[in-house]
Design a protein around this ligand. Structure first.
Ligand code: KG4
Ligand code: ZN
Length: 344
């Protein structure tokens, strides 16, 4: 049975995993750097890269120990090669190259977004192409039509902030702490989602994309006005994000023929209200709703190992000269979104 070692280091999670082509996760380990970044209210790239250097090797050793395997037992080494914070990406990719060189096993350079995009297939063998993926994380807010391994059509992206980024910035504005998503969700549970009038950027517009920067500014104004409770602002903000996600996703479903399912992945998928709303949308459109377990929705190495397994099965391996990519769109042919900033 094909065994793949997966490595992830593109943001603030260092992770290693051993997965098989028949969907068994033999071991997976993850070290989060939340505590290191908390004092700064966001991920500091230099601190992240150093932490990856310190953590990755012990985690690799730990997954081999847990699975009772050695490097010689794996068939390929899959490492995230981008997009992400370049210092961290280089740590994981160089480690993958070194292991590949030492063992003579091929390297698979994995696009982190492809890891998210294919992750539901690791846990759901019945999930067939093409499906619609809503990828909502700290760095991304995209709707992708997943047509096959390496075949993605980007139907929408954000023209400014990612959804998770909006949660993180809102948490910071409201003094709710870091990481922001879970903090906003907890506060929102105590508030009234109808209390504060907030904009729904691009709602109902023909433009398929997302925009959250205006919402964030409106949150700041509402907070500064002193008129509202923090919990009510959090709840109203969360509802505005949900309304935007639902509107744009509904539009993408309507415009994309032959979909087998609606899939959601990325850290924001951890939000229960977001999941509930998307599930209702899927049901409305007669589509199965697939959401990987929470730990697989956020950054991890099992999804990188799995994407590696899917690519390896198709004979897609990479040379040791593969260069780490800070930006790496899954659909390079997609038109640049109007007003798009730095998001991959
Ligand atoms: O996928 P992920 O772990 O990392 C990447 O960005 O690739 O996603 C992290 C993002 C953060 O912005 C975090 O605030 C958000 O997901 N997040 C949430 C929740 N849990 C995590 N957003 C809303 N509600 C949550 N419960
Ligand atoms: Zn991610």
């Amino acid at each position: 049975m094909t065994i793949i070692l997966g490595l992830e280091s593109s943001c603030d999670e260092t992770a290693a995993a051993l997965v098989t082509a028949d969907r068994r996760i033999l071991a997976h380990k993850l070290a989060t750097q939340e505590a290191e970044h908390r004092p700064y209210g966001g991920v500091v790239p230099e601190i992240a890269a150093r932490a990856h250097v310190e953590m990755l090797t012990p985690l690799i050793k730990a997954v081999f120990d847990e699975a009772g395997l050695a490097l010689a037992d794996v068939d390929a080494i899959a490492a995230t090669a981008g997009p992400g914070l370049i210092g961290g990406v280089m740590v994981g990719l160089v480690t993958g190259k070194a292991l590949s060189l030492a063992s003579g096993k091929p390297l698979v350079a994995v696009n982190h977004l492809e890891g998210h995009a294919l992750s539901p297939r690791l846990v759901d063998p019945s999930l067939e192409f093409p499906y619609l993926l809503l990828l909502v994380s700290g760095g991304h807010c995209q709707l992708l039509r997943v047509e096959g391994v390496g075949r993605y059509r980007r139907l929408a992206t954000t023209i400014d902030d990612a959804a998770g980024e909006a949660f993180d910035k809102t948490a910071k504005l409201l003094g709710l702490g870091f990481p922001g998503g879970p903090a906003v969700e907890r506060a929102a549970a105590l508030g009234d989602a109808m209390a504060v009038p907030l904009p729904r950027p691009l709602l109902g517009a023909n433009d398929p994309h997302f925009s959250f920067a205006g919402l964030k500014s409106a949150v700041l104004r509402a907070h500064q006005s002193g008129q509202w409770q923090v919990e009510d602002i959090a709840a109203s903000f969360q509802q505005a994000v949900i309304d935007c996600l639902i509107d744009r996703t509904g539009k993408a479903i309507a415009s994309s023929a032959g979909l087998t399912a609606l899939v959601v992945a990325g850290g924001v998928a951890a939000n229960q209200s977001v999941r509930t709303a998307l599930e209702a949308l899927a049901i409305d459109h007669g589509l199965p709703f697939v959401v990987p377990p929470l730990w697989l929705c956020t950054d991890n190495a099992a999804m990188i190992g799995w994407a590696g397994a899917e690519r390896f099965a198709e004979g897609l391996t990479d040379g040791l000269d593969f260069v780490a990519r800070p930006r790496w769109p899954l659909d390079p042919g997609a038109e640049k979104a109007r007003g798009a900033g730095v998001k991959a």
